[in-house]
Design a protein around this ligand. Structure first.
Ligand SMILES: C[S@@+](CC[C@H](N)C(=O)[O-])C[C@H]1O[C@@H](n2cnc3c(N)ncnc32)[C@H](O)[C@@H]1O
Length: 222
């Protein structure tokens, strides 16, 4: 089991010079742009392994579409859903629901998908390659036609960002934006251009291994 303290992990966001704080700025900008590009009318947003919701909540708070948005943040650790719920309440974001649950279970998105915006941030660096690919194949169940997935993945070796782009593009997505290769983090934005698929009830998309255990497995294999 991952030994990372996922509440403390968020503390890096508060160090403005940290790579994570710089990544957050980029992700927030992309979230704002994705909301800007949405058609008029009600909008749905889902976030997998949402943490404290820092990528979404602050953007929503100041966004012209805030009243149109229903969002569901799914996060396992209640030490993170607590602050997320507090932020939702403080901002009066009535359409946002914070669920303390296993984000891998597709059933937790019922009623909220296919969504206009899907966040997969801080997820892929904690999954095996097989599960990254598997999760991406669920994109057509999670995303509506014209909807956007915003995702992140670190750039450390092996750099999986190119493969992740390929996997999205094989699943009916087109690349809208990718952070430059020399950034200390990877952020990607893909738009879904195909027809959504119905939710496959009972399916689990991934096992969240944790970057610490993945790194240890790689070292042991050397
Ligand atoms: C790297 S953090 C990313 C948080 C957030 N998405 C962000 O980018 O700021 C990963 C998060 O996944 C959560 N997590 C781990 N396993 C999970 C699971 N099975 N279901 C939901 N959340 C999970 C952790 O508690 C942690 O908050």
């Amino acid at each position: 089991m991952t030994l990372v303290d996922w509440r403390a992990w968020h503390d890096e966001y508060d160090r403005p010079d940290s790579s994570l704080a710089r990544r957050l700025k980029v992700v927030r900008r992309q979230v704002g742009a994705a909301l800007d590009a949405c058609p008029p009318g009600p909008l749905r947003v889902v976030s997998l392994c949402a943490g404290q919701g820092r990528d979404l909540l602050e953007v929503l708070d100041g966004h012209s579409r805030r009243a149109d948005v229903r969002a569901r943040l799914v996060e396992l650790d209640e030490r993170n859903t607590g602050p997320a719920s507090a932020a939702v309440e403080a901002a009066g974001l009535d359409g946002v629901e914070v669920l303390t649950a296993d984000a891998a279970l597709i059933d937790h998105y019922r009623g909220m998908v296919p969504a206009d915006v899907v966040l997969m941030c801080g997820l892929f660096g904690n999954l095996t390659d097989e599960d990254i690919q598997r999760t991406i194949t669920f994109g057509p169940q999670l995303t509506k036609t014209g909807g956007t997935v915003i995702w992140t993945r670190h750039r450390s070796a092996p750099d999986r960002v190119p493969l992740i782009c390929d996997w999205f593009e094989q699943s009916g997505f087109e690349r809208l934006w990718l952070s430059p290769p020399d950034a200390s983090f990877g952020v990607g934005v893909h738009r879904f251009t195909a027809e959504p698929r119905p939710l496959a009830a009972g399916e689990s998309m991934f096992t969240f291994v944790g970057y610490d255990l993945l790194g240890r497995r790689a070292t042991d294999a050397e």
